[in-house]
Design a protein around this ligand. Sequence first.
Ligand code: V47
Length: 377
Amino acid sequence: MGNSNQQPVIDDARLGSVLQKVQAGHRLSFEDGVTLYSTPDILSVGYMANLVRERINGNRTFFNVNRHINPTDVCVASCRLCAFGKKKKDPKAYTMSLDEVWETAGRGYSEAVTEFHIVGGLHPELTVDWYCEMLRGLKERFPLVHLKAFTMVEISYLAQRSRTPIRETLERLHAAGMESLPGGGAEIFSERVRRIICDHKIDGREWLEVARVAHQVGLKSNCTMLYGHIESVEDRVDHLVKLRELQDDTRGFVTFIPLAFHPDNTPLQHISKTTGFDDIRNIAVARLMLDNIPHIKAYWVMMTPKIAQIAQRFGADDLDGTVVEEKIYHDAGATTSQSLRRNELLRLIREAGREPVERDTLYRPVERTETTFTVLV
Ligand code: V47
């Protein structure tokens, strides 16, 4: 494949019209998405994705320094895709006290994290008030750290349990310190598939509606797609198109993260793990279809640092972060480390010929000294 100014040699003739659209900056259709998912010509798909990636984000690859906090793994849902959630009476289940959440947040703080990524199970007793106190306590102790908290699924459950409208629930959490939402829980919007992999979760329409309201009250969020289980190529494209449509309306999505299904320790463990080819393809197709979402994240925890590094040449412009103490993927058999040092991330980026840019959650550049950081605005 040549650089952006040269014509690539396309092995699959079906990609000719897609290339023309990509070069002209035109939107791709549902059928184009299906073609991109079916062609074996991964280099041409990557060439096109890289073109778009460099058009939007230049040579930069973003990363951040963050810590994951999972206050509880108790969950009323029993999603077949999940190895993390437990029933309250399970002796291995845990729920942190507020002090434990604050203490966990402080561990390793010497790295000066800029973001806490906070998600957990659907706990039958924790209230909106409890979560507000948790957020306020975090803000008091770590005023500079951005709180990216709660999936659309958690928001919907909290709203329903406290009989409070979604908008008001979001506004209360926002006022207490929640500054944006992560992208989890979207899984795949197809009802047929959702009934099998996560039948206790809100449906795709509700996930999109909570995201819409979050964006309307001024909160940015991420979005995800879980692939590599029982979904079809059409289900994947349908999912991407639905995200693109909502983004046309709200402009609230910052980053899309394709998440490969990890079957270990789940009721779906008979399903084979995804391949490197599929992981790379999902990054590239997302970059091409989601023309209105600024960033595509290659989440190294999920796709391994090796594949995430290559993904930077196939459409990805973000490697997520140092991710101290990841639990959801490791409970499902991820063999990657639970955290990466800042220097290791820099090496993964520089070796791919990209320019590393440390960012905060909203992609403002961060300048740091040994012990602290400044967000450049
Ligand atoms: O919603 C759960 C997925 C998600 C499994 O927004 C599984 O910056 C694979 O959303 N195999 C949580 N996937 C992770 C997530 C995320 C991660 C990193 C960054 C951001 C962000 C968001 O993980 C869940 C679900 O889709 N998940 N179990 C599993 N066995």
